[in-house]
Design a protein. Structure first.
Length: 405
């Protein structure tokens, strides 16, 4: 579990309340905002966790006396249902005690889909019962599949959970429209993902560190640590397309970071290690911006997304991206201007886009510059801070004197 500082080494002005702590309310004083979500130890690969890391290091955290109720837990497929139920029961009791002790004005719950949504909905419900104002922020790019595949009873539970929150928050306009249609909640607020764009734009490339030869056109794929999720990100199609594109452009080199061990077999189609591909492993947060600056193209041919942080990072670093038009991606980029779009699962189109960027250095530069400009203008952390502070104040009033109600 996480204890007090982010992996990037940023100072965090807030305390974290870990779900395994015996005294979850150990943080001194009360808080204006209790943030509920995962912040695991070690490298961060999930979008929600990355957003939490940034938020805890922001001025928003300081101005609202924010605390984190950390829901991170290491995956263990062998864990029995008895242990799962016991753990969730204990965690729920710790959450109740935390809310009673800290008396936050706003409880901000970050939610994905499937089991995580039901857990998040439970926290939101309990916070409301205890008289707190609740913001439920939805991140799952697979939420449509989750909802469409739910039984009638579960759909009612999902709709009720959304309707009972004081504020539902989406990451983009299209997702806000979707959640309004599902729940009837209106308006659904929009607070996009964001990052410190200058950290990426000003990072220094270091090809030697990542074993990327200077004469190669490097295409970056950022994995998830899960073979299933890597495939959902289009890894299989990317490997096949890269192999085909290399027949005409042998200078292409697929650079993979953080892929699951089971995903490595996909790389056999691309060629030999060091010739067709190189694996840089899980990259520390402090080196991530340098990695983006050390490659030439970013690829994310996902089957579904919400608002991918990796695409934001690539844009901020000035990379041309090849991405599928899923989730909020069409709202983030313009085809041919700030990225190249491909249909989901279309290896032929992906091959053609790889060949196009490999052959045209000037096109790569133009798209990368335009993408960096858009990232700085629309997705910088300052934009997130202003939007989120506005939403918190609409729910809980002035939060700088938190804990008086």
């Amino acid at each position: 579990m996480h204890h007090g500082a982010t992996p990037l080494g940023h100072h965090v002005a807030t305390d974290t309340i870990d779900t395994d702590d015996a005294t979850p309310a150990r943080a001194a004083g009360r808080c204006g905002v209790l943030l509920v979500g995962p912040l695991p130890d070690g490298p961060i690969v999930g979008g929600i966790a990355n957003g939490i890391r940034l938020l805890l290091a922001s001025r928003v955290a300081a101005e609202t006396s924010m605390r984190l109720f950390n829901t991170a837990r290491a995956a263990d497929p062998s864990r029995s249902w008895v242990r799962k139920i016991a753990y969730q029961s204990a965690t729920t009791l710790r959450f109740l005690w935390t809310v009673v002790s800290l008396r936050p004005r706003v409880v901000h719950v970050k939610s994905a889909s499937y089991v995580n949504f039901y857990q998040s909905a439970l926290y939101a419900f309990l916070a409301r019962v205890l008289g707190r104002r609740v913001m439920l922020q939805l991140h799952g790019g697979d939420f449509r599949d989750f909802y469409d595949g739910a039984s009638g009873l579960r759909k009612r539970i999902i709709r009720t959970a959304l309707a009972r929150a004081d504020r539902v928050v989406a990451l983009s306009d299209s997702w806000a429209t979707y959640f309004t249609g599902v729940s009837g909640v209106s308006p659904v607020a929009v607070v996009p993902n964001a990052l410190v764009t200058s950290e990426y734009r000003n990072a220094v490339a270091n090809r030697a560190r990542f074993r990327i030869p200077a004469d190669r056109t490097a295409v970056l794929f950022v994995g998830t640590g899960s073979a299933r999720s890597d495939d959902d990100k289009g890894f299989a199609e990317l490997c096949a397309a890269t192999a085909r594109a290399r027949l005409r452009h042998p200078e292409l080199l697929l650079v993979v970071a953080g892929i699951a061990g089971e995903s490595a077999a996909r790389l056999n189609a691309v060629g030999a290690e060091g010739d067709g591909w190189t694996d840089v492993g899980v990259v520390a947060a402090s080196e991530k911006a340098s990695l983006y600056r050390s490659v030439d193209v970013f690829a994310l041919p996902s089957r579904f997304e919400n608002m991918p942080n990796t695409l934001l990072e690539a844009m901020a670093a000035g990379l041309p991206s090849i991405v599928t038009a899923v989730g909020a991606v069409p709202e983030m980029v313009e085809d041919g201007v700030t990225a190249l779009l491909v249909p989901v699962g279309d290896a032929d189109a992906l091959t053609a886009r790889l060949e196009r960027l490999a052959a045209d250095t000037d096109l790569r530069r133009r798209i990368g510059v335009a993408a960096a400009d858009v990232a700085a203008a629309r997705f910088d952390l300052a934009t997130l801070e202003a939007s989120l502070l506005g939403e918190y104040r609409r729910l809980g009033g002035e939060l700088s004197d938190a804990g008086t109600s």
